[in-house]
Design a protein. Structure first.
Length: 233
C-alpha cells in the first residue's frame, strides 16, 4: 500500500452500521475512504472525487446498485465490488454481466471485504502494467481491458475478459474451473467455480456473433477449458 498516495475506496451502502464498520476497517488498513448512503449521489461524487474502487450495495435508495453499475460502466472502468444480501445465482450473474468485478454476499467479515478489494485492485493494476495480447483474430488491450476481433470491439464483462485473457495467454493449456477462478478473481472462492461455465457459455456466444465458423474455447473432459486457434466447428 502506498501511504503517500493511499487508495481511495468509495463505500455506497445505506445501512449506516455496515458502512461505518467497513469504513473503520479500511481506514485502519491505510486506505482513504468515502461513504455515500444513496445511489443517486454517486455519479456526481465520482466526477469530483474519482475513487480507485467502489463497494456497491444492491439495495439503495435513489438508484439501486444494478442500475448504478450499468450507468457507471457507460463511462468508467473503475473496479466495482457488489455487496448483496441476495444469494440467487441469477442476481449475482446479472451484476457480473453488467460489469461488476466481484460480489460479496452478506453477512461478511470486514477482513474478507478488504482481502477481496485488494485482489480486485491488484488485478486492475497488473493489467495497466502488462503487455497487450494478440491471438489470431483476437487483440486484448490490457490497459482498457477491451477485446477486439479483427479490430471490432467485443462487448464483454470484466470476468469474461479475465477468463479470455487467462486462456489466450497460455494457448493450448487446459485450465480447471478453480484455476480460472483464482486467475480471474485473485483468490479461490468455493461455489464461484459453478459460474465459470456460464461465463464460458456467454463468451462463446459473443465470439460466435463475429466468427460463426470457429470454436476457440474448448471443453476438456474432467478438467475444464483451453483456448486454441486450430479447431473449426
Amino acid at each position: 500500500m502506498d501511504t503517500l498516495n493511499p487508495t481511495h475506496i468509495l463505500i455506497v451502502e445505506d445501512e449506516v452500521k455496515i458502512a461505518s464498520v467497513l469504513s473503520d476497517y479500511f481506514l485502519s488498513r491505510h486506505f482513504t475512504v468515502s461513504v455515500l448512503y444513496r445511489g443517486d449521489h454517486v455519479i456526481a461524487f465520482m466526477k469530483q472525487q474519482p475513487p480507485d474502487l467502489i463497494l456497491l450495495d444492491l439495495m439503495l435508495p435513489g438508484m439501486d446498485g444494478i442500475s448504478l453499475c450499468r450507468e457507471i460502466r457507460k463511462t468508467s472502468r473503475i473496479p466495482i465490488i457488489m455487496l448483496t444480501a441476495r444469494v440467487e445465482e441469477a442476481d449475482i450473474l446479472l451484476g457480473l454481466d453488467l460489469g461488476a468485478d466481484d460480489y460479496i454476499c452478506k453477512p461478511f467479515s470486514p477482513r474478507q471485504v478488504v482481502a477481496r478489494a485488494k485482489a480486485v485492485l491488484r488485478r486492475s493494476r497488473e493489467d495497466l502494467l502488462s503487455r497487450n495480447i494478440e491471438a489470431g483474430p483476437f487483440s486484448l488491450n490490457t490497459q482498457s481491458r477491451e477485446v477486439r476481433i479483427h479490430g471490432v470491439l467485443l462487448k464483454i464483462t470484466p470476468n469474461e475478459y479475465g477468463i479470455l485473457k487467462a486462456l489466450t495467454t497460455a494457448q493450448g493449456r487446459a485450465f480447471s474451473r478453480m484455476e480460472l477462478v483464482g486467475m480471474v478473481q485473485g483468490y479461490e472462492f468455493e461455489g464461484y467455480h459453478r459460474t465459470i461455465d456460464t461465463h464460458i457459455k456467454n463468451l462463446r456466444k459473443k465470439i460466435a456473433e463475429h466468427l460463426p465458423d470457429k470454436d476457440f474455447i474448448h471443453s476438456v473432459y474432467g478438467t475444464g477449458y483451453r483456448f486454441s486457434l486450430d479447431t473449426v466447428k
